[in-house]
Design a binder for this molecule. Structure first.
Ligand code: AMP
Length: 426
């Protein structure tokens, strides 16, 4: 029988669940259901990439029910984290139908309504909790939930939870769950922070893709710019002539380098704020405010200082230094390309840092194209002597002075950051 013609009867689901499915009226499983249900029933962790509307709710509810059929009632065995109240309510309703011929029960937990009913549901009247992160944390902090028997966790629409700013709450919840469990993650796209989440919390996941393929940092144009270490500031000033670079987050490896670069950029006439661990909370807040309000076009930060900052509308991330830890790169570039926007990530690479860059390429599973700004590329024979960093002319967006050039190595050697194909598309 061709795969497309397979029915629910072909899936490893108990007769009691098959009856529920029949009553709802489903005959043919959708691709995400065909791909995810068999490994999930066997206990595998799963990353499912599919949009809403592809049947993913049943793709995680059915394996949950199948795996919990024999459990004694009255304890919480499964938790589904979902971004919105509507999704929570909808999934709970759907669960009631699918579980109609089983003793299993669900409770939906979300904000904007009283706590008492939900508290009762959490205290022994449900085996499956479907919750939005903020309200669930409230209940957890009040001691209303016992997750010690938890076996299965689902992260539903993880990219949307990221966009809505829920990932810190999600991580806080996950840190309090039993480690021995199965985790299923569903996300329409895989932005870097969702990739990180899956790396941190899933074990040997099976990837079930429906529709477009996704790579580590979807939506981000990565570009590496070879440059001698001592000329990085000059190159950054050159890059910042591009008027499209409206709000630029620049990462340096040390506090000292952040301060030094901040001074160089200010000297070049570029309004810049700096944050790092030695700054007081007031200084940090002022710097972030200045950046958010566009008073400062550039925010220079160290990794630690940038952690936990949710900066919307970062047009570009610049890695002034290549991070030693490849994961740090994924975390940094996750600051751009939010909410379906595209973002650009430029990495300034000195010869000493090429090896670190290769490790990043291995982690994200794709080569980062090399580009060049004439006069700065250490690989070019005609590189002129360094110029001191001076004020940048105002009013960027001038014509592209740099025609594409090709060099021997690197995937994308011919494109320059200011050539049209690297302009941000908003
Ligand atoms: P979801 O992506 O889970 O939000 O599901 C989208 C819609 O597809 C819902 O209305 C489901 O009831 C419906 N649906 C899910 N699985 C199937 C199926 N195998 N056959 C027909 N409809 C389905």
């Amino acid at each position: 029988m061709a795969e497309e013609e397979s029915t629910f009867q072909d899936l490893p689901l108990h007769a009691r669940l098959q009856r529920g499915i029949e009553q709802i009226g489903y005959r043919v499983p959708t691709p995400i259901q065909r791909g995810a249900i068999p490994p999930a029933v066997l206990g595998r962790d799963i990353i499912g990439t599919s949009q809403t509307g592809t049947g993913k709710t049943a793709a995680f509810l059915l394996p949950i029910l199948e795996r919990l059929l024999d459990q004694p009632p009255g304890r919480i065995y499964a938790l589904v984290l979902t971004p919105t109240r509507e999704l929570a309510v909808q999934a709970e309703r759907f669960l009631r139908q699918l579980a109609g011929h089983t003793p299993l029960r669900g409770v939906a937990v979300y904000g904007g309504v009283g706590m008492a009913d939900q508290e009762r549901g959490l205290a022994g009247r449900a085996e499956i909790v479907i919750a939005t992160p903020g309200r669930l944390l409230d209940h957890m902090q009040r001691g209303h939930v016992d997750f010690r028997a938890l076996k299965i966790l689902v992260l539903d629409e993880a990219d949307r939870m990221l966009d809505m700013g829920f990932l810190p709450d999600v991580r806080r919840i996950l840190s309090q769950l039993p480690r021995e469990r199965q985790t299923l993650l569903f996300s329409a796209t895989m932005p870097p922070e969702v990739v990180r989440l899956s790396r941190d919390f899933l074990r040997d996941p099976k990837l079930v893709q429906v529709g477009e393929t996704t790579v580590a940092a979807v939506g981000v144009s990565h570009l590496a710019l070879p440059v001698p270490a001592q000329r990085k500031a000059g190159l950054l000033v050159e890059l910042l002539r591009d008027a499209m670079m409206t709000s630029v987050l620049v990462f340096t490896r040390t506090k000292h380098r952040a301060d030094h670069l901040g001074r160089q950029l200010e000297h070049a006439g570029i309004p810049t704020a700096v944050i790092h661990g030695n700054r007081s909370q007031n200084q940090r807040t002022a710097a972030l405010e200045g950046f958010r309000s566009a008073r400062h076009r550039v925010l220079v930060a160290t990794d630690i200082a940038a952690r936990g900052i949710d900066v919307k509308d970062v047009s570009h991330v610049v890695n002034f230094d290549v991070p030693h830890e490849p994961e740090t790169y994924v975390h940094r570039v996750g600051r751009t390309a939010r909410a379906q926007q595209r973002g650009d990530a430029y990495t300034l690479v000195s010869p000493e840092e090429e090896e670190d860059l290769r490790r990043i390429e291995r982690l994200i599973g794709m080569p980062i194209p090399r580009s060049t700004i004439p006069g700065f590329d250490y690989r070019a024979r005609d590189a002129p002597a360094p110029r001191p960093v001076g004020p940048a002319p105002r009013g960027g967006g001038r014509p592209n002075r740099y025609p594409p050039r090709r060099y021997g190595s690197g995937g994308g050697g011919g494109r320059t950051p200011r050539s049209p194909q690297f302009r941000r598309r908003r």
